[in-house]
Design a protein around this ligand. Sequence first.
Ligand code: FNR
Length: 182
Amino acid sequence: MSKTIGIINGSLRKNSFSGSIADYVKNNAPEGYAFKIIDIGKLPLYNQDYDGEDLNEYTVFRNEVKNLDAVLFITPEHNRSIPAALKNALDIGSRPYGENVWSGKPGAVISQSPGGIGGFGANHHLRQVLAFLNVLTLAQPEAYIGSFHTLIDENGEINNEGTKEFLNGFLAAFAAWIEKLS
Ligand code: FNR
């Protein structure tokens, strides 16, 4: 049976660059793996008052994450950090206290930007949060994909061969990391 890796896209934008990477990843899954997009766009803002209540959107999301074998985060950088929607999803999954659904999951991070440093700030802020949430995050290879707008065609599909090769190698390393932790 194949293992399911959740993809969490930090961008809510239609036709997002992160979504272009997600599409490539979904269509190029390593053997024995399937990718599933986990939508974070409709999650209400995290409020601790809801911890005691069974807020449906939170419960559905937490259960979706619980059922994953691993999580791949693909994100843009917002003001040198992660987008608020992504932090919101991480916080929702981390609570109620003692019921952190991220804990123990193998994880990996890809950041992208039209800029030259490929979302380095977001990538490392995310790694900091994931360390606390006990996500077992792939250390190498790192993935900071810069000048992203030059790597896609008019339909948003990645058309740069070097980028495709890099992503294939990244996915192979992530699959090996998941196997090592299994
Ligand atoms: C940005 N952008 C951006 N880019 C960057 O390299 N560093 C940054 O700090 C920021 N900050 C920032 C803040 C806000 C509020 C927005 C809306 C945008 C640009 C942005 O990250 C870039 O356009 C992404 O590549 C878009 O990715 P998606 O949303 O298409 O996946």
